[in-house]
Ligand binder design. Structure first.
Ligand code: ADP
Ligand code: ZN
Length: 731
């Protein structure tokens, strides 16, 4: 469908339009519209389908072919409309990811009941009547309400410290008067001039560039490339301020919810109020409020996870993608897309600037900056007096401690020094739980998941073995099911819980917390630990990647990486890059305040280029070398990749389909199809998986190729096919 903003369809009796429904259907369906309705693209309607009524969107001209008497009626919802630009974006994402447009639309319509009419809240304000009987409780309510504000009864009771009965009594007596309030509190408007900080000359240069870009109201991409702690946030906040003064909306994407806590505080300090949040942790009510405020243009700044990209902004003037290199931006289920890449697309369609911020840019972005397609803004120094930390490698082949210990003598000494100086330390290990592998010492049996070809991970707090892929869990066996030996299981290798155990034994007086994205440590608990660490209630935080990124802890002067050799997955062309980015981010937490920082990296491969680059802090040399490797092997950004993943409970059918697909692959110049090969975890959640990989030269239309290919093959209904364009995960 073309991007016509409105399509008026002239027909004598009834108007018709193609309506897209938020379902994985191949196309939009024709519906009739009530008389007098202009069929504008984006118009929201309630449309019947089968026995249900769905929210749909007028997408374009009717396809035709449906008899008039079969035509069903779609009814507009209060004239509400998705911005046409969002519709164009949805079409674009669908084409690029080879997803049904309706499945992409579903990303934009995920808030249940969001278009229902608002239900006003009943609230009370001070009345004119003074009741005859006053008492201290009633007096407190009266004093509270003299400010003339309307409040809901529960709020009054809470603020005045009285029972709900007291409030009701006063309302009955006429001392408080009922009024109605809108269902949702209005959004406060961030103030671009609230508390601007004084920028360093570097920051100022970057900020002015970004401000100009916003003022131009044109598409442009800037890489804000600043060392950890250089104040990238302060620099792009200036662009946000400019968007505010231009009357536009701004969207800031963050890779993880865990990062939002500190971010919201900083935003409030700079702009005087909190931005609107958008992520999976919001309640339905909060989501409704945010969605409606965005749609009306009242939510001026939105901070969100990748799904915020599909919000109905009517006047988007700026997108920021913070930590643009993060793999959390890749949505791996349903519609598979990379939010950073799609953010660039949305900015182009909206004709607004986009800022990609990182201390360790992805190779894709780095290359675009290098060849001048993106503006390259550099912040080479840490803010204020802070210097980059000293980085040392600890060769664990030589400098290890006792068997079964994971803290080397060097790291123990450094921890001791840090604690004595009343500074803070971060111990990083990208492994949840107690131990990654549990085995029977008598017969060597390893516990594997019954649904996945993966090992069960011991979680000692829970006293359970847990699969990290499907969450299947069992009690730790008392007796080996294979050889019958009792209490024969031992834990192999470290997880964060085990590092904590060892740390506590070595430093019994230190205050320590574990933060990982576990079921036991939900987002709230993790955020609690991060807050406590930030305000100095904890000395040492032991965590997975959740604590490694983006946070600013001024008293943190030691970062210890427990096992730097836990790189990316097998066959993953980005594993070196990924490893470098993660470890560099961890290292970047150290020494951000006024005291110098130290980073100790425990490794068994100190000669590895990743370790060498970290130790010598030679990021660009590392990236240049990676570029050469990828260029030679036609790996992105020098070539294109797509994965076809087949999965199903019937292993035979999956394998058979894989073979047929491979045989049916059309020959094409500059393009190869590899596989089928079993996926890294061949069985996941009870389903057998096979993978085909398409590798193509950059100029080839890989989507067109796959479309033509799949048109020739019938996939049985027992086999599920997932297409992953630009895959970053090779499990
Ligand atoms: P980055 O995101 O580049 O790693 P941050 O934006 O977190 O760095 O900045 C590091 C710290 O320095 C933050 O506490 C931030 O508030 C502070 N900071 C940065 N720039 C300034 C400035 N111009 N004035 C005052 N404080 C600043
Ligand atoms: Zn499992």
């Amino acid at each position: 469908m073309s991007s016509q903003a409105s399509i008026a369809i002239a027909q004598s009796v009834q108007l018709r339009a193609a309506v897209l429904l938020p379902l994985p259907l191949p196309q939009a369906y024709d519906y009739a519209l009530p008389e007098g309705v202009v069929a504008k693209r984006g118009l929201l309607v309630r449309a019947p389908l089968g026995g249900r009524e769905l929210i749909g969107v007028v997408w374009g001209k009717p396809e035709g072919g449906v008899a008039s008497d079969k035509m069903r009626l779609a009814v507009p919802i209060d004239g509400l409309r998705l911005p046409p630009m969002l519709c164009d974006f949805i079409d674009w994402v669908a084409r690029y990811t080879l997803s049904p447009p309706g499945a992409v639309l579903a990303q934009a319509l995920r808030v249940r009941g969001v278009f229902d009419p608002e239900v006003p809240r009943k609230a009370l304000i001070a009345g004119t009547i003074v009741p005859e009987r006053m008492n201290p409780a009633r007096e407190r309510v009266r004093a509270l309400m003299t400010d003339g504000l309307a409040r809901v009864p529960s709020e009054i009771a809470e603020l005045a410290g009285v029972s709900p009965g007291v409030v009701k009594g006063l309302a009955d007596a006429g001392a408080l008067k009922w009024v109605s309030l809108p269902e949702f509190e209005p959004c406060r408007e961030p103030d671009g001039a609230f508390d601007a900080v004084k920028l360093s000359p570097d920051q100022l240069r970057a900020a002015e560039h970004l401000r100009d870009a916003v003022k131009k109201r044109e598409f442009s991409v800037a890489l804000l490339d600043g060392v950890t702690g250089s104040g990238k946030t302060e620099a792009y906040f200036e662009a946000v301020a400019e968007a505010l003064s231009e009357g536009k909306q701004a969207l800031i994407l963050l890779p993880e919810i865990a990062l939002t806590v500190q971010f919201l505080d900083r935003f409030e300090a700079r702009f005087g109020c909190r931005p609107v949040e958008w992520h999976s942790d919001l309640s339905l009510r909060e989501r409704k409020r945010a969605y409606r405020a965005v749609m009306r243009g009242e939510a001026r700044v939105v901070v969100g996870a990748r799904s915020a990209l599909f919000l109905p902004f009517p006047k988007l003037g700026l997108i920021v993608v913070d930590e643009e290199h993060e793999h959390a931006y890749k949505q791996e289920e349903g519609v598979i897309y990379h939010a950073r890449d799609m953010a660039v697309v949305r900015a182009r369609l909206e004709n607004c600037p986009i800022v990609l911020a990182s201390a360790t840019p992805s190779l894709e972005t780095y290359v675009n900056a290098k060849i001048g397609r993106y503006e390259w803004l550099k912040l080479a120094h840490r803010h204020g007096a802070a210097e980059m930390p000293e980085v040392r490698l600890v060769d664990m082949r030589i400098d290890h401690g006792e068997p079964g210990q994971f803290l080397s003598p060097a790291l123990r000494t450094a921890l001791d020094n840090t604690l004595r100086a009343r500074e803070q330390a971060l111990l990083f290990l990208n492994r949840r739980g107690y131990a990654p592998l549990t085995l029977c010492t008598v017969c060597g049996r390893k516990e594997t998941c019954r649904n996945c070809s993966a090992w069960m991970v011991e979680h000692r707090y829970k006293k359970r073995l847990v699969c990290h892929h499907c969450a299947y869990e069992i009690a730790i066996p008392e007796r080996c099911p294979q050889c019958g030996a009792e209490h024969s299981y031992i834990a192999c290798g470290p997880g964060v819980e085990r590092v904590e155990e060892e740390f506590r034994a070595a430093f019994p007086d230190a205050r320590v917390a574990v933060a990982s994205s576990d079921t036991l440590f939900g987002p709230a608990q993790t955020q609690g630990a991060i807050r406590a660490f930030a305000v100095g209630e904890i000395d040492v935080i032991i965590g997975t990647q959740i604590v490694a990124k983006g946070h600013h802890f001024p008293r943190l002067t030691l970062a210890g990486i427990i096992d730097a050799d836990l790189g990316g997955g097998a066959g993953d062309p980005r594993s070196a890059e990924r490893s470098f980015q993660l470890l560099h981010q961890v290292a970047g937490r150290s020494g951000r305040g006024d005291r110098p920082g130290l980073v100790l990296i425990q490794t068994r491969n100190p000669e590895d280029p990743v370790m060498q680059a970290l130790a010598s802090q030679a990021r660009d040399d590392f990236l240049e070398e990676e570029m050469r490797i990828r260029e030679r092997s036609f790996i992105p950004p020098y070539g294109r990749l797509a994965s076809l993943i087949l999965a199903g409970e019937d292993a035979l059918a999956v394998r058979e389909t894989g073979r047929e697909l491979a045989l049916a692959a059309p020959k094409a110049q500059g393009l190869s199809v590899w596989g089928p090969a079993p996926a890294f975890y061949q069985v996941l959640r009870g389903r057998t998986r096979e993978r085909l990989l398409v590798q193509a030269e950059k100029t080839i239309d890989i989507q067109g190729y796959i479309r033509a290919w799949l048109a020739e093959v019938k996939i049985p209904s027992s086999v599920h096919l997932t297409i992953d364009i630009d895959p970053i995960s090779f499990f």
